[in-house]
Write a protein that binds this ligand. Sequence first.
Ligand code: FES
Length: 620
Amino acid sequence: MDLKLTTGNSMPVQEGESILHALWRREIYLTASCGGKGTCGKCKVRLIEGKTDIHYYGKLTEADREKGLVLACSVFPRADVLVEIPEGSRLVVGQRIAVSGTTDLAEYLAPDKGIRPLVSSVDLTIPPPTLDDNISDMARLQRALDEAGIPDMRFSRDFTAYMGHALRDAGWDITLDYTDSDGAIFASPRGQKGRYGIAVDVGTTTVVVYLVDLADGKIVDMGLTYNSQMRWGDDVITRIVHATEGGGLEELRKAVVSDINSLINVLRKRHDIERNAVESASVSGNTTMSQLLWGLDPGTIREEPYIPTLNTYPLWRAQSARLKMNPLGPVYTLPSVASYVGGDIVSGVLASKMHRNPELALFMDIGTNGEIALGNNEWLVTAAASAGPCFEGSGIRHGMRATDGAIEKVKIDPVSYEPEVAVIGEAEPTGICGSGMIDAISDMFLTGILDQKGKFVEGLGTDRVIKGEESMEYVIHKNRGTAITLTEVDIENILRAKAAIYAGISLLVSEVGMSMTDIQRVYIAGGFGNYIDIERAVVLGMLPDLPVERFEFLGNTSVAGAYLTLLSDELRAEAEDIASKMTYIELSVSGRFMDEYMSAMFLPHTDLKRFPSVDKILRK
Ligand code: FES
């Protein structure tokens, strides 16, 4: 039997196979936040004709069903079917979505102690062999190295295999690239090859690559794409589950490697750089992403006692990672601390410099895991709050990532309850992203639409509050016929996420015998974090109630850490030191975390004394 699309595509579908799986096999991907479990409600398709088994409708509303919408993961064809994929369901991955030049962040973070990349190079003029001087090529190269003060070079088989040709092609006048650990990696005609490196952030949602000129440390260009692993779910847990299923690990590894490689190719082509000139890489990612990149089974990460295979990675070669750069080039991986505090957080601490300063600082990455680190130049503690991906749109009826069409700012009039919205790309709104959710809920609370428990207050006399199929809803925007709303269930999900983050911070602070007001600096990382309105996030009860000037947005600190460690051996040592110094606190087994979490499930908190600025607004 066949699955036909209204676009004219047709593909076979096997007995007992869902529409979602049949599409996957044809490399057509839908947004599938839950990885095909039927719980996220994002994989909507319109079933136009054909006999099917429909297992359930999950989150689909009555209106969705009237339009013929079904969940692709929960529909199993029993004969030929004709299906339409609505625009909003299609997941566009594996393609570059933005590229820009250098960033201020990278310049601000540029190392101040000189550049010491992973690969060193030396120029050598070697006397060619003669009948009188007839030692082997390798002995000849070693002799030249000895004279240059570089004894005991190691030569791998891969290097040796092409060394003879490389020396002769270069007329014995070469630049030799080498690493302290692996020895010779590349010989090229003297002074002709540029020397580049790549700094890579393997995020759960996006992959970012900086192309860096190793001569001066400048960022030549950067590329960004969605992480194609999203086909198998939005969060690390669904990916781990997929990895432990037959063939899943290799699928996930290949997906992210191909994302990195397509970015490398784009950047190389644009700047006319040969493959071998990209001679080193530094990679930063959370523990699961790092393990998947290296093809390590992440199964034990999600099972008690939550153990990763590696926290500290050897310097592996690009050919082991299958990266399309110099195959012998070294790839450095930022060390992890624990299963849910990875190299991306070590990068963040490094980039913030909080480990160098005496003042008490809090670092937070408000992504899917809500990782936090607290400390100063003497100590560091860290934890992961498992906030979940709702701020990235997952589990929220009209939630979406911060891309074109997302409502990113909301202001609600306290008298009319009418909202004013700002939309990314000034497009017609198609959903609401994390910063918009924070704005909306804090204003709904301050204007009296929501009570302290996040429940709708009845009898306000506004048509902005409606009774939906599942619960009460606030209508943020009306689109021809359909509305973008926040439902009471959405709000509950967001309260859970913010409560996890606040409780995590609160627990870390009390574990070290301090109070929130002792925190002098709060660094917020992550793409989504940059757009947060701090005061609204305090009203929500997600961030501690501290003066706004103590907060600082740092952007993508994961790639910043990769960039810094690509360029400096001292910073690589500092990153290793941060990882070994951090004390990890497992929140999921802490009874006190649960108490803190339950108290934080309110707006902003059960204990208003912890939020004096919000208390003051409410008393007005
Ligand atoms: Fe189908 Fe989540 S409901 S993938």
